[in-house]
Design a protein around this ligand. Structure first.
Ligand SMILES: Cc1cc2nc3c(=O)[nH]c(=O)nc-3n(C[C@H](O)[C@H](O)[C@H](O)COP(=O)(O)O)c2cc1C
Length: 203
C-alpha cells in the first residue's frame, strides 16, 4: 500500500500521520495572558530539537475558524511558556485540559490542577509534573495554508525542574520512576515502563 500525501484530504493525512508517527511525547504547555490568566493544554506534535542551544518545539495548529489556540495567543503576546511532561498518573488530568475553555478561563482552576511558581518566566508550572522546562520563545515558523496552519513554536529552554522522586541513587533520571506516557493515534496512549537496550557500533 502507498499513501500519496500530495493528493490526500488533510483530515485523512492527520489520521494517518498520528497513527503512524508513534509514540509521540506530550508537551503539557502552561502559558499566561497579558492580564495574568493562566492556561494549560497538551500538544503531541512535540519534541526536543537540539541541546546547543537547548531547544524544544511543539505545534499548536490554527483553529478551523482561523483564530489561534489560547496557548499560541499567549506565547505570541508574552514570549514565555513552560513545557510540563506527563507521567501516567497525570494522564487523565492532562486529557481534561484539552477542553476548549473560553480564553479568560484557566484550566488550572477549572480542573483543580495545582500550580507551582516558575523561576525565570511568568507562567506557572504543573506542581505534580515530574519535569518542567521553563522556556522563552525563540521563533515561530508557520507551515501550510488556512485552515489549520501549523505554527511551529521553538522555545529556548532556560531551566528544568526535576522532581527528586524520579532520580536514581546517582542523581540521574530513572526512566522507570519517570513513567512518562506517549500518545498513539486517537485517544490511545502508551507507557514508557517497558524498556530494553541495543548496543551501538563502537565506530
Ligand atoms: C494528547 C493530546 C495531544 C494534542 N496535541 C495537539 C497538537 O500537537 N497540536 C494541536 O494544535 N492540538 C493538539 N491537541 C489539542 C489541544 O490540546 C486542544 O486544541 C486544546 O483545547 C488547546 O488549548 P488552548 O486553546 O488552551 O491552547 C492535543 C490534545 C491531546 C489530548
Amino acid at each position: 500500500m502507498q499513501i500519496d500525501f500530495s493528493s490526500i484530504d488533510p483530515r485523512d493525512a492527520y489520521g494517518w500521520l498520528v497513527s503512524m508517527i508513534v509514540p509521540r511525547p506530550i508537551a503539557w504547555v502552561s502559558s499566561q495572558s497579558e492580564t495574568g490568566v493562566t492556561n494549560l493544554a497538551p500538544f503531541s506534535f512535540f519534541n526536543g530539537v537540539t541541546s546547543r542551544p537547548p531547544t524544544l518545539m511543539f505545534v499548536p495548529v490554527t483553529k478551523i475558524d482561523g483564530t489561534p489556540k489560547d496557548t499560541l495567543r499567549n506565547i505570541e503576546a508574552t514570549k514565555e511558556f513552560v513545557v510540563n511532561l506527563v507521567s501516567a498518573e497525570l494522564g487523565e488530568a492532562m486529557s481534561n485540559t484539552a477542553a476548549a475553555l473560553p480564553y479568560d478561563e484557566s484550566e488550572f482552576e477549572r480542573f483543580a490542577i495545582e500550580s507551582a511558581p516558575s523561576d525565570r518566566v511568568k507562567p506557572p508550572r504543573v506542581a505534580a509534573a515530574p519535569i518542567s522546562f521553563e522556556c522563552r520563545l525563540e521563533t515561530i515558523t508557520h507551515l501550510g495554508d488556512a485552515p489549520g496552519i501549523a505554527n511551529v513554536v521553538f522555545g529556548r529552554i532556560l531551566c528544568a525542574h526535576v522532581q527528586d522522586a524520579v532520580l536514581d541513587g546517582e542523581g540521574h533520571i530513572d526512566p522507570a520512576k519517570l513513567d512518562l506516557i506517549g500518545r498513539m493515534g486517537g485517544d490511545d496512549y502508551c507507557r514508557t515502563s517497558d524498556q530494553f537496550s541495543i548496543k551501538r557500533p563502537a565506530h
